[in-house]
Design a protein around this ligand. Structure first.
Ligand code: RP5
Length: 173
């Protein structure tokens, strides 16, 4: 049963939202994808959110671009935490999406991540789920430790070989 619902306003959002799925797979968190537009399919959007908790979802990650009202509408219909991913747009570079999500009026929050920040949305979902899952908490701890070890290794290598060789070594990575 999916614990996280990844929903997006259009299939054109999938290339970005896929990153959330990849992170959840890394943590062995079951999830599902849904395409459902708040303005093109308003009734279905409301039903998705109203039924989400009953279907076993614990967190919703919602990506949308432009006048990105999908996460806000979903949040209005459910008590589950909703994490919004503002999708970068060609006209306003995603600032429109970001403002639409982050400026939710008081009462119905949407936890908004960076423009195209689907991976961080998934990590936030993992943190929420880890509150009640010791195994997941351990995997999260290990993920953080690996990240720290990678930075330490890079710093050591930079000190060993100097900037010019380091840049040559990492070119294209
Ligand atoms: C939003 O409009 C979607 O979330 C998408 O980011 C944007 C463009 O949608 P399409 O015209 O590509 O379907 O509703």
């Amino acid at each position: 049963m999916a614990a996280v619902g990844i929903i997006m306003g259009s299939d054109s959002d999938l290339a970005i939202m896929r990153k959330a799925g990849e992170v959840l797979e890394q943590f062995a968190v079951p999830y599902e994808y849904t395409v459902c537009s708040a303005h093109r399919l308003p009734v279905r959007t409301a039903a998705y959110a109203s039924e989400a908790e009953g279907r076993g979802l614990k967190v919703i990650i919602a990506g949308a671009g432009g006048a990105a009202h999908l996460p806000g509408v979903l949040a209005a219909y459910t008590l589950l935490p909703v994490i919004g991913v503002p999708i970068k747009t060609s006209t306003l570079s995603g600032v429109d999406s970001l403002y639409s999500m982050v400026q939710m009026p008081q009462g119905i929050p949407v936890a908004t991540v960076a423009i195209n920040g689907a991976a961080n949305a998934a990590l936030l979902a993992v943190e929420i789920l880890a509150l009640n899952d010791a195994g997941l908490r351990e995997r999260l701890q290990a993920y953080r430790q690996n990240m720290a070890a990678e930075v330490t290794a890079k710093d050591q290598r930079l000190k060993e070989v100097g900037a010019d060789i380091y840049l040559r070594e990492t070119e294209g990575k």
